[in-house]
Design a protein around this ligand. Sequence first.
Ligand SMILES: *[C@@H]1O[C@H](CO)[C@@H](O)[C@H](O)[C@H]1NC(C)=O
Length: 235
Amino acid sequence: MRVSYIFPSIALLAPAFLSSVQASGAITESMSSHDDFIIADGYGPDRWGCSFRDSQVHESGAGTQITIGKDSDLKPFSCGELIHRQEDFGYGIYSIEMIPSSVVGQVTSFFVIANEDTEIDIELTGLNTKIAWMNIWHDHKQNPISINLPFDAADDWHTYSFEWRKNFVTWSVDGNVVLNRSDIATTPPDETNYRLVVNSWTQVNPEINIKWAGQFKYPNRGTPTSQFRNMRYRP
Ligand SMILES: *[C@@H]1O[C@H](CO)[C@@H](O)[C@H](O)[C@H]1NC(C)=O
């Protein structure tokens, strides 16, 4: 969902020679290391129940885990986000493997975003992990469509992808096309700066509506966790 991304220190954080990052190039990230990512820390949209803390983003042997915690100074909960250091994503094919949290109110997202222009999303919510939300934000409007999944996304790794072209966006799950839209415009990538992001956060107030993700309450047992691995982009 839309966040005002502020990247004041990108130049300081991103040396030009990062090995697996080529300017406007393809990327392949196992996500077992976070060298190519900026870890969000210390902010979060007002309407969310959490603010991003780097303490909630974990490298694991098999990718990245984002957890929900309670160490936010600003909000009831802390949550996590990784922003790829490459600054100029464009048309092409984006994919990732995810296992979303099944805790009601927790959102697990993979998206490209250009502030105030366009966002193309895949979102899984803990309220119902048998559907995926495919969304385009454009012109300050969301255009979400829910897709029934032939599995429970919380049970295992699956591949979620979208192909973004000038005149359409096609979403796929495990390589099968599930949605193709040409009815929503996107801002051309040469007119703005698209970033590639994953996050997990908590809905406490209606976003699209409360029935979208449900209202988050911290569970009595366990740590709410979403998992990500094998992020790819091919122009
Ligand atoms: C999606 O729709 C566009 C425009 O109608 C078309 O060019 C493209 O081939 C379609 N993609 C798929 C995978 O069906």
